[in-house]
Design a protein around this ligand. Structure first.
Ligand code: UDP
Length: 339
C-alpha cells in the first residue's frame, strides 16, 4: 500500500515509517515540523535506504490536504499529527481542540472525496479517564482529565460516527500506553523541545548530564513502591502494531476497531530509574516531589484483543527500552541537529 503518514517526522511517526518500509509499503509523509526537526528525514532515508517524499504543511489546512490527495496516490492514512503536551493543553485548550480536531476533519474529508477509507488513528490510554479499572480493556467507558485527553475521546467518537454512517470505511483507533525507547540504530528517537514532560526522556537527559536530577512525582501511591506505575511500551513494538493494524483492518467485517497497544506489565518510576542505571552505567539522582496534578496511580493494558486480532505482541522489556533510549541519547545528546 501507499501510506500517508501525518506527523511522520515525529517520535512515533518516524519509527512507524521505518517499519512500514520494512514491511514493503510505500510511504508519503506530511508534517509541519512544528514539533520535529527536518533533519529526521535524512536519517529515515538512510535507515530505510530509499527516498521518503515529504510534504511540509499542517494537515489542518484543508486546501493543502485536498491538493495533496489530488496529486499523490494514497491507499491508506496513519494519522499521528497533533498536539500532545498534557500541561500545555490545560493552558491552551482552544489550540488543542482546534488543531487536533481540525486536522482530523481535514484528513477525513479529503479521504472521503478521494475514495481512501482506510485510517489508523493515534489514540491514547488517556481515554480511560481518571479512575480506570485495571487492567484496561477496550470496552471500558471513555472520558478524560484534560483537553489533550478530550481531543482523543472526541476524535474516537467522530471516527465511530463516520464509520457508522458509511460502512466502506475501515478505521482503527490504537490506544497507546507509554511509548519509550528508540530505534536500535540509535539514529532516531524522542527529541522533546524544552524540558521533557515525560519520565523516560527526562531520565535520559539526567543520565547524559543535561539535567541535574529527576523529580519523582509522589511516593505515596497505592502501588508496589509508592511511585506511579505505567505500561511502558517500546516505540518499535508500537510501530509494528501500526503496521499490523493497517494490514488487518481491511480484512475485518466491521468498519471501526479499537485496540490497546501495551505490554500488560506495570512498571514503577523507581523501577524505571533502576533499569536506566543498569542500561547506562550512570547514576540517576532523584528527589521525591509532590504528586503531579491529574496523575493516576497506575495504568496498564489488557493487550489480549490486539494480540489475538492483530497477531501482534510487544516483545521488548524495560531493559531493552532503557538500553535503546540510552543509545539514542548518548549518540545524540542534544537531539537532532538543526541542519
Ligand atoms: N514522572 C515523574 N517525574 C517526571 C515525569 C514523570 O515522577 O519528571 C512520573 C509520573 O508521575 C508518572 C510516570 O512518571 O507516574 C509516567 O509519567 P509520564 O509523564 O511519562 O507519562 P503519563 O503521565 O502520561 O503516563
Amino acid at each position: 500500500m501507499r501510506v500517508l503518514v501525518s506527523g511522520g517526522a515525529g517520535y512515533i511517526g518516524s519509527h512507524t515509517v521505518i517499519r512500514l518500509v520494512e514491511a514493503g509499503h510505500d510511504v508519503v509523509v506530511v508534517d509541519d515540523f512544528s514539533n520535529a526537526k527536518p533533519t529526521v528525514v535524512g536519517r529515515l532515508e538512510a535507515l530505510s535506504g530509499r527516498p521518503i517524499p515529504v510534504h511540509a504543511f499542517d494537515v489542518s489546512d484543508a486546501d493543502k490536504t485536498e491538493h495533496l490527495f489530488a496529486h499523490e496516490q494514497i491507499d491508506a492514512v496513519i494519522h499521528f499529527a497533533g498536539f500532545k503536551a498534557v500541561g500545555e493543553s490545560v493552558a491552551k485548550p482552544l489550540d488543542y481542540y482546534q488543531n487536533n480536531l481540525d486536522s482530523t476533519f481535514s484528513l477525513l474529508r479529503a479521504m472521503g472525496r478521494h475514495d481512501v477509507r482506510t485510517l489508523v488513528f493515534s489514540s491514547s490510554a488517556t481515554v480511560y479517564g481518571a479512575e480506570p479499572q485495571l487492567p484496561m480493556t477496550e470496552d471500558l467507558p471513555t472520558s478524560a482529565t484534560n483537553p489533550y485527553g478530550w481531543t482523543k475521546v472526541m476524535i474516537e467518537q467522530v471516527l465511530t460516527d463516520v464509520a457508522a454512517a458509511d460502512d466502506r470505511w475501515r478505521i482503527a483507533a490504537l490506544r497507546y500506553f507509554n511509548p519509550v525507547g528508540a530505534h536500535a540504530s540509535g539514529d532516531i528517537g524522542e527529541d522533546p523541545s524544552g524540558i521533557p514532560n515525560n519520565l523516560m526522556p527526562f531520565v535520559a537527559q539526567v543520565a547524559v548530564g543535561r539535567r541535574e536530577k529527576l523529580s519523582v512525582f509522589g511516593d505515596d501511591y497505592d502501588t508496589v513502591d509508592g511511585t506511579g506505575v505505567r505500561d511502558y511500551i517500546h516505540v518499535d513494538d508500537l510501530a509494528a502494531g501500526h503496521v499490523a493494524a493497517l494490514d488487518t483492518v481491511n480484512s475485518r467485517s466491521q468498519p471501526m476497531s479499537v485496540w490497546n497497544l501495551g505490554t500488560g506489565q506495570g512498571v514503577s518510576v523507581l523501577q524505571v530509574i533502576k533499569a536506566f542505571e543498569r542500561a547506562s552505567g550512570r547514576p540517576i539522582p532523584y528527589e521525591v516531589a509532590p504528586r503531579r496534578a491529574g496523575d493516576i496511580a497506575a495504568s496498564y493494558a489488557d493487550p489480549s484483543k490486539a494480540n489475538a486480532d492483530l497477531d501482534w505482541r510487544a516483545t521488548k522489556t524495560i531493559d531493552d527500552m532503557c538500553a535503546d533510549t540510552w543509545r539514542w541519547q548518548s549518540k545524540n545528546p542534544n537531539g537532532y541537529p538543526d541542519a
